[in-house]
Design a binder for this molecule. Structure first.
Ligand code: MG
Length: 304
């Protein structure tokens, strides 16, 4: 099909064009109405592995001591919601999310049985997230090495699969949270706006399907951290904190040259008051470096 044929065939998409017309007639928000900085807040969370301490209880206690408001749990807590909710409660912390993963990339293997198993297990994770009062379950459709499908095929699989998961998440008062990764890890879901557009096509901000941004991956994939978070807007339910690829790579914020100011400007503008959670390595003694990094982040938030 040449360009003229393509443009001609697009005329039959009258319904779509009518929709575009009605969108353009909708009253746009003013710039000041879109600016939600007044309600934005930096609320720090951490994965267990990043915090100092030689037991889960000590790690949670140190998170609280150094200014975290929440813990991000790993997938191992699924099915143990009551136990891990009590641990967080005892430490005075909320639970931000469950970092769950890709389930071996089973959505993108071309095997309906694998997708059925994925559904069962993701629903269990969402039930536990509900018990934990967590914002969601972080889900990656596949890591790059787990699939041979194209980005177009995987996007369609997401649209076929995620609405049902989003509906289930809503029943559990939580979300499925898509995590865009750098191109080496997930060539089909790289930018925060890629994830947000999948959420939009799954039914919008009330679909139970949402997106997050990870400062490590964003360093490679985004030309503007601020623009990326503004693109996500109300679809954004979580943020991962880590330095970029400069050495020492993917380490605690403040330990490499990665700046967070531009991204924090975006978070402020959209009125983000969800959690920003450490997912990174550490150079040096965690008991010294962890609180230093939290202070660094508050300084960056102040500058934003
Ligand atoms: Mg991450």
């Amino acid at each position: 099909m040449n360009r003229r044929d393509f443009l001609g065939s697009s005329a039959i998409l009258g319904f779509g064009l009518a929709n575009v017309s009605s969108w353009s007639n909708a009253k746009a928000q003013t710039t000041s109405e879109m600016d939600k900085r007044e309600i934005a807040k930096l609320r720090i969370s951490s994965q267990m592995g990043v915090a100092p301490g030689d037991s889960e209880e000590k790690k949670l206690a140190n998170m609280k001591k150094f200014g975290c408001e929440a813990v991000e749990y790993h997938g191992g807590v699924v099915g143990q919601g009551a136990k891990y909710k009590k641990m967080a409660d005892d430490a005075g912390l909320e639970v931000s999310v469950i970092c769950w993963g890709s389930h071996g990339g089973d959505l993108c293997k071309g095997d309906p049985k694998k997708i059925d198993n994925l559904k069962v297990d993701l629903k269990k994770a969402l039930e536990t997230a509900g018990e934990l009062k967590a914002r969601g379950v972080i889900y990656v459709p596949a890591f790059a090495h787990e699939t041979k499908m194209t980005n177009q095929e995987i996007r369609q699989l997401c649209l076929d699969f995620l609405p049902e998961m989003g509906e289930f998440a809503k029943q559990c008062n939580t979300h499925v949270i898509l995590e865009p990764l750098c191109r080496m890890e997930a060539f089909f879901l790289r930018q925060v706006a890629d994830g947000a557009s999948i959420c939009r096509d799954c039914g919008g901000v009330d679909s139970g399907v949402s997106v997050m941004g990870d400062f490590y991956h964003m360093y490679t994939e985004e030309t503007s951290d601020m623009g990326a978070f503004i693109s996500a807007g109300d679809y954004l339910q979580h943020v991962h904190l880590a330095g970029g690829t400069q050495q020492p790579s993917r380490t605690l914020p403040g330990q490499n040259p990665r700046t967070f100011v531009d991204g924090f400007r975006g978070l402020k503008y959209i009125g983000y008051n969800g959690f920003c959670s450490f997912e990174c390595g550490c150079q040096g003694d965690r008991i010294v470096e962890f609180p230093k990094s939290i202070q660094f982040l508050y300084d960056q938030w102040e500058q934003a």
